[in-house]
Design a protein around this ligand. Structure first.
Ligand SMILES: [Zn+2]
Length: 78
């Protein structure tokens, strides 16, 4: 039980950090309203499955979900 509760706390902190990060780059609202998709497979991204944020020229970002295929592809292409 102790392990479970500490794990939950860790997840909550990570979610909070991610929200802060997305807010700082002006993307939090887009995630909250379901308007961001994986650049590799096109899956709807949420705070739960977002794996990578890659800054692009012009203030844009490339987002990648947590599917192993997508992570591997983004490593090659980006
Ligand atoms: Zn994907």
């Amino acid at each position: 039980m102790k392990f479970m509760s500490s794990r939950k706390t860790l997840q909550a902190v990570m979610d909070e950090d991610l929200r802060d990060l997305l807010e700082s780059i002006g993307q939090l609202e887009a995630f909250d309203t379901g308007q961001r998709f994986c650049n590799v497979c096109g899956a709807l991204l949420t705070l739960k499955n977002l794996q990578m944020i890659i800054p692009r020229e012009g203030g844009n970002f490339t987002f990648v979900c947590d599917r192993p295929d997508c992570i591997a592809t983004s490593d090659k292409q980006i």
